[in-house]
Design a protein around this ligand. Sequence first.
Ligand SMILES: Cc1ncc(COP(=O)(O)O)c(C=O)c1O
Length: 386
Amino acid sequence: MNAPKTSSKIPLVDLQAQSRAIREEVLAGVAEVVDSCAFILGPQVKEFEDKFAEYCQAEHCIGLANGTEALHMAMRALDIGPGDEVITAGNSFAATAFAIAYVGAKAVFVDIDPDDYNIDVSLIEQAISDKTKAIIPVHLYGQPARMNEILEIAKRHNLKVVEDAAQAHGAEIDGKRCGSFGDIACFSFYPGKNLGAYGDGGACVTNDADLAEKLRLLRNYGQKVKNRHDMLAYNCRLDTMQAAILNVKMKYIEQWTDSRDQVAKWYREALQGVDIVIPMQHSNMRHAYHLFVVRHPKRDEILEKLKEDNIFGGVHYPRPLVEAQPFVESPCFPMGLPVTTSYAQQILSLPMYPEMTKDQVEYVAVKLKAAVESLSEASVGNQADG
Ligand SMILES: Cc1ncc(COP(=O)(O)O)c(C=O)c1O
């Protein structure tokens, strides 16, 4: 492969490319909200909820302020609280475990599968105690967790399942969408997500009408009728303006997800023969490729070298959740989360967004190869010196 020429910066995510492409449609959607002044729970929210529920192959969608609140409200809706334990994956964004702590429950971490980086289903049963109430699998990077096995374990032990699908819009197992497996699934529309708002946004999706009703009360001060508060609840509604923008984006989500898949295929081709671990993809799953995460023992040096070439990667996430201050006392299975901990130092997210061109992917691959080779030469040199 010849080194393609790309002198301009390649960011981890390029929000501008997408924003430019749909600018006029978005402005028209926002103008409608401005003109109607229906800023809170306006008709655009319901329109989005209907579209997104259908997209997730689920019955109900409840638009919320962000993905963190979606997880928090899911815990509240399932009556999880002090004295309860909730099992989740050792590697996720902090919000997954924070939501468990917000309701006074204890997060219990399970190590990740060495191949797909999602919760290791073979370890979950060890982590179940008589206090366990729920499992929160995370569809990390856009690859679904092994939901069929997780649902079987949950059924055996009478546990609830809450999918953290913040990174997995449109991901599938055997054609069934993430968001349609658990009792509740939680999505984020943070701007950099596969379906991103122009500010914060999130949603819970469920097939259970009672849970949907409860989530609607929880997000809006417990009000079914104005000024009648049927429960202690919150203010964490999806903003009408964000819903209007998301409605525009819903037209493109499938096209963008397919483009991400194409980018991933280009990476796979271009990285053949490079001494780096590329992501595995289960053959029966649709990976939403929120992130394309590779692995190498000299991750930090590689990130630095890529930066010199104007390529900006990221790390998702550099520390296991159990090292975060609120969770240092949390139980881990197996002790110390060996896979999560060692991978946290090796994983590196390459630039990934639907508008990435083949030239850009090949440029990243060429520079990545050069970085990996220079580092292995350096270590051979060091051994020779020693
Ligand atoms: C896996 C995961 N869970 C939860 C969240 C929280 O979502 P938000 O940032 O919308 O609160 C995020 C995203 O930031 C995430 O990646």
